[in-house]
Design a protein around this ligand. Structure first.
Ligand code: SF4
Ligand code: SF4
Ligand code: SF4
Length: 310
């Protein structure tokens, strides 16, 4: 059905470009696919390995674009519309209800050095095959952490929904780990932060993978003036991470793209989730739920209590 609909959109010239997924060159992977001709729709795939948040490819586009989007991807598209990076009219959202994406790192860590040559997912089971082994794993045990607690598996904004709606994950405390973190002393929290970011090599893959990190001139790249040192000493690295987490506060949709991109396997999610929780408690706001809303940190009210704003 996805391929038929994309063909229809391109043949009818409703869109000039379709951004979706195609088979990757490695097992457990898909890769972003950019399709401009109906002749190429056979390249498209949809499965539990479609991990990229394709909203990353929207800012700056001038043409009419159709995009394949999971629940979290749609929320970041909503963010981009709210922030004027794209218009709603320009985007045709092909929403796909999603029951969670498979975390390849969890699988690779389970299998150790075994090389996976083929992977598939059927009926809640992950089927893996290598040269001299076969393995069947339970899908739910290998989902991304974001997917385990996701409340928006069904896209909330779309022009076309492919597939049946799926049950949302209910009754899971998405902030359990954050509460544990909050219960620690300030020194312990600081130590945790320093320990985690000590692995960072400042490759900026996290920033580059985030659909909401679209600034043409990122503060960390500016040299006139230079706001942040370019070294990997703990102070410069810490400022980079604090700066980034504040920049996405009230905008991050917990899509996990930044954590997946990190070559050092740094737990970026814990800091982002803490900020998400704070914004929710302080402003009653969750990112990416309505194109009409204005994110709380992008606006102010006369009656805001902070005197320094007035
Ligand atoms: S966070 Fe939700 S919508 Fe996004 S991939 Fe996971 S389950 Fe799907
Ligand atoms: S900060 Fe990370 S989890 Fe949040 S929207 Fe950006 S890529 Fe997704
Ligand atoms: S992707 Fe990982 S290593 Fe690279 S800058 Fe981000 S946190 Fe640091």
């Amino acid at each position: 059905m996805l391929k038929e609909e994309v063909k229809r959109l391109l043949d009818g010239k409703q869109v000039e470009l379709v951004i979706g997924y195609e088979k990757g060159t490695l097992a457990l992977r898909t890769t972003p696919s950019f399709i401009t001709s109906a002749d190429d729709v056979e390249r498209l795939v949809w499965n539990e390995f479609c991990e990229n948040n394709l909203a990353k490819y929207l800012p700056g586009r001038k043409e009419k674009v159709a995009i394949v989007a999971k629940g979290c991807d749609v929320r970041s598209i909503v963010g981009l519309i709210q922030e004027g990076q794209i218009t709603r009219e320009q985007i045709f959202i092909i929403g796909i209800p999603c029951e969670g994406i498979i975390d390849r790192r969890k699988i690779e860590s389970r299998l150790g050095k075994k090389e996976i040559l083929e992977a598939a997912c059927e009926n809640g089971k992950i089927l893996l095959r290598g040269e001299d082994f076969q393995e069947i794993l339970k899908k739910d045990d290998f989902l991304y952490d974001s997917c385990k607690v996701c409340k928006y598996r069904n896209p909330i904004v779309f022009d076309l929904l492919i597939g049946d709606r799926v049950p949302e994950s209910g009754g899971i405390d998405e902030y359990a780990e954050i509460r544990e973190f909050e219960a620690k002393s300030a020194d312990e929290r600081w130590l945790h932060f320093q320990k985690e970011i000590s692995k960072c090599i400042r490759c900026y893959a996290c920033r580059n993978a985030c659909p909401l990190c679209y600034c043409e001139w990122c503060l960390v790249d500016q040299s006139q003036p230079r706001w942040i040192g370019v070294t990997d000493n703990p102070s410069d690295v810490g400022i980079f991470h604090l700066f980034r987490v504040f920049h996405v506060a009230g905008r991050c949709v917990d899509c996990g793209a930044c954590s997946r991109a990190c070559p050092m396997n740094i737990d970026l999610r814990w800091l982002l989730k803490k900020m998400e929780k704070d914004v929710k408690e302080l402003f009653g706001y969750e990112a990416g739920l309505s194109v009409e809303e204005v994110p709380p940190l992008a606006t102010f009210k006369e009656e805001d209590p902070q005197d320094f704003i007035k």
